[in-house]
Design a protein around this ligand. Structure first.
Ligand code: CS2
Ligand code: MG
Length: 413
């Protein structure tokens, strides 16, 4: 069998997505992959169209590992979010083809079902503790057993994850002069200070545990904003609340800093969505510096790499909690759940509910029921792409927000 051509589809059903369709010389047999990288979508599309796709025409789609090695090492320049997102899309689509050829869902190819479904979590947020409590209660009413909780921070503007952060507030900090940029959309600039944050989050979980109790697993995403000692302090302050994990406590570059956090707190730690290969994860896994590995399969080279990351993690008692936000496509969400269902060391799965527009373009996203996610038993990943629907939603440049401290200096968003 041979790859005959590969379509790159850029679409914007409510937000930008990039997808690929790998066609073969077997009539009607193709694979679908997600190549979405939030805020840098067209860079991935160009890497695919201009550099990677020409290398694949005529190749046997069955050779998933060899194609992965060739695309990762053959370019000499390797890694990073753009190339690893492009590689992930190709990898997902090749696993999709492999499943369709075998007449089996991808999880069967990965060793078969080890669980009835993948325990899922959703996001709760609000401007104050009562709003967050109400948001958590709504998630519980929907059947979630695990909920992430985020809250606005007094004096900060546009805090991550609270849902509907104030655009007007964020605009206060848009300090670029109008002449900057090309007149099109620019990143919102938000403001964040650690002290108010460090005081507010323990108080939030005081409130949630005293009102909702301990039957629901709760946790918090720091979103890479603290220093190691600040993260250690927050982890210790949260210990009485028994959160499932403290996510992304610090920025990803110096991984050994997790040793300092680990030495000071029993609060479980999670990291991974800003990593791009197993090598990024290694010290955190082999030194057991984290408890959950949260790589984004769509930015880490796909299913082939995620299998290897999970295998290393399993050897060190570390569970998976793959990244599953709204800014990756249904094919990655499906790849998450196929792995979740098959892996022995699955922990918990982040998910979102897609809009009708997204379902129209990408039918087949995982299904949420009774607190768990499942994928269909259709051969392959179970996700398709409808190009006609995709064409209705042209790309619209958009950026992630950026963050600055009160003195105007850049901080991690
Ligand atoms: C967040 C993400 O869901 C999460 O864990 O960290 O939503 C992250 O902010 C986005 O993926 C960035 O594009
Ligand atoms: Mg996160």
């Amino acid at each position: 069998m041979k790859i005959t051509n590969i379509d790159v589809i850029v679409t914007c059903p409510g937000r930008n997505y990039v997808a690929i369709k790998i066609h073969t010389d077997s009539p009607g047999l193709y694979g679908v992959g997600d190549a979405t990288l939030n805020g840098r979508e067209l860079s991935v599309a160009a890497a695919l169209r201009d550099h990677m796709i020409p290398l694949l025409i005529g190749r046997d789609p069955d050779q998933v590992e060899d194609i992965w090695q060739m695309l990762f090492r053959g370019a000499y320049w390797r890694g990073g979010p753009v190339l690893m997102t492009a590689l992930a899309a190709i990898d997902m689509a090749l696993w999709d083809i492999k499943g369709k050829r075998a007449g089996m869902p991808v999880y069967s190819l990965l060793g078969g079902r080890t669980r009835t479904g993948a325990l899922a979590y959703t996001h709760a947020g609000g401007q104050n503790f009562t709003e967050v409590e109400d948001s958590v209660r709504r998630a519980i009413a929907k059947g979630f057993k695990v909920v992430r909780a985020q809250v606005a921070i007094p004096g900060n503007v546009g805090t991550y994850g609270i849902g509907g952060s104030s655009l007007a507030g964020a605009a206060q900090w848009t300090n670029q002069p109008a002449e900057w940029g090309d007149g099109g959309p620019l990143p919102q600039v938000e403001k964040w200070e650690p002290s108010a944050y460090m005081r507010t989050i323990p108080a939030l979980f005081d409130h949630l545990r005293s009102t909702i109790g301990f039957d629901t697993e709760l946790f918090h995403d720091v979103h890479e904003r603290l220093t190691p000692i600040q993260a250690a302090r927050l982890g210790r302050d949260l210990e009485p609340h028994r959160i499932l994990f403290l996510e992304d406590p610090i920025r990803p570059e110096h991984k050994e800093s997790f040793r300092l956090i680990r030495n000071h707190t029993l609060t479980p730690l999670a990291m991974g969505e800003l990593f791009h290969s197993r090598w990024d994860c290694l010290p955190l896994l082999t030194e057991q510096l984290i408890d959950y590995i949260r790589c984004d399969i769509g930015h880490t080279g796909g299913i082939t790499e995620a299998k290897k990351i999970a295998a290393i993690a399993e050897s060190f008692h570390i569970q998976t909690a793959w990244h599953g936000p709204g800014d990756i496509g249904p094919a990655t969400h499906a790849a998450n759940v196929h792995l979740d269902i098959a892996l022995a060391n699955f922990g918990v799965q982040e998910m979102v509910f897609f809009s009708d527009q997204v379902h129209e373009v990408f039918p087949g996203a995982p299904v949420f029921e009774n607190g768990m996610l499942n994928v269909s038993d259709a051969p392959g990943l179970g996700v398709d792409i409808h190009e006609d629907a995709a064409a209705k939603y042209p790309y619209q440049r958009a950026y992630l927000p950026t963050t600055r401290r009160a003195d105007g200096s850049v901080h991690d968003w």
